[in-house]
Ligand binder design. Structure first.
Ligand code: ATP
Ligand code: MG
Length: 304
């Protein structure tokens, strides 16, 4: 299979019928690859992404929003690090959204992410996002209770209303030139246990371990239900979800990279064209610059 097509298998197209169970977290699309091969494929994809990003930046029309959601230890951080590694840091911004501050709670639920949206020409990465508002907040009624919403606005319809607001917001962004791609890293409960154990066993990973994560794990089935519901409600052609198998990190990264490269390719990006008048000005500038150099030498300090 071509790497370009890898991600398409994991794009949620028929949202109404989507079942999380239909994606196997251990799936590798039959790619029997050793780590070396996977690394090479990812490097190739990252190079393509880097070239596309240069054009995105130069053209300065589109912006790209990449949203990452997952259960703990599914590999969001590693995926962001490896997939975005070849990119010019000037053209990329990463924001991680944790439990909101008091200041953030004084605003509507999409405020803090809205002010972090990528500018034209840039790639913005959200490590968690406003989707937490229909996931962790749904799993913990006490969090919703702290959101200072007027009482009469908190009804049983609140999640449907939030889905509706998210759909409208993403459609608005898309219509304004933001390419949106959303990734749910789908890890199995067993693999999560293995990764938590690694965090306990390896001193260099101890800092990543949190008792809170073990507590959240107890709500696994609720979370899976909320993820499924959310993906069904918010998969749209202008803001698709990719449910990416996450038990094998190399595979997760390949799929994500392939999705981003595929989507950017589809934008038909190009460097801004220089017009006739500007070309003439450039010729004149070239003449003036050359005249400033010692006679008989070109711009590189070599004899011309
Ligand atoms: P890792 O996978 O390495 O643990 P992380 O993204 O989970 O990384 P943490 O600092 O462990 O980072 O956790 C951030 C926590 O903040 C998550 O448990 C998440 O659910 C929570 N959070 C994010 N947004 C909200 C929100 N709007 N309301 C309440 N909690 C939120
Ligand atoms: Mg965490």
């Amino acid at each position: 299979m071509k790497i370009e097509n890898l991600a398409e298998r994991f794009r949620v197209n028929k949202a109404d019928d989507f079942r999380l169970k239909s994606v196997d977290p251990a799936d590798c699309c039959g790619l029997a690859i050793d780590k070396g091969d996977a690394k090479e494929m990812l490097e190739e994809s990252v190079k393509r992404l880097s070239r596309l990003q240069e054009k995105l930046y130069a053209q300065d029309r589109w912006s790209v929003l990449l949203i990452f959601q997952a259960m703990d230890a599914a590999g969001k951080d590693g995926a962001i690090k490896h997939v975005m590694s070849g990119i010019n840091p000037q053209g990329c911004q990463v924001f991680s959204f944790k439990a909101p501050t008091a200041h953030e709670l004084d605003h509507d639920f999409m405020w803090r992410t809205t002010i972090a949206l990528p500018e034209r020409g840039r790639i913005g990465v959200f490590n968690r996002s406003y989707y937490e508002e229909v996931l962790v907040v749904r799993a913990h009624p006490e969090i919703l209770a702290r959101q200072k919403l007027p009482e009469q606005l908190v009804t049983k319809n609140i999640w449907e209303q939030r889905f509706d607001d998210i759909r409208a917001f993403e459609r608005y962004l898309a219509r304004n030139g933001t390419l949106i791609l959303k990734f749910m890293l789908h890890v199995s409960k067993e693999e999560q246990a293995r990764r938590f154990l690694e965090r306990l066993d390896e001193p260099a990973k101890n800092w990543k371990f949190s008792m809170g994560d073990v507590e959240e794990r107890k709500l696994w089935d609720e979370y899976m239900h909320f993820y499924e519901d959310c993906i069904r409600a918010t998969s749209r052609p202008e803001a698709p979800w990719f449910v990416v198998p996450a038990d094998n990190k190399w595979f997760t990264r390949l799929v994500i990279s392939s999705a981003i490269v595929g989507a950017l390719d589809g934008l038909d990006l190009h460097f801004p064209k220089v017009g006739e008048a500007a070309l003439k000005e450039m010729q004149a500038a070239r003449g003036a610059l050359q005249a400033e150099l010692p006679k008989g030498r070109n711009g590189k300090g070599q004899k011309s």
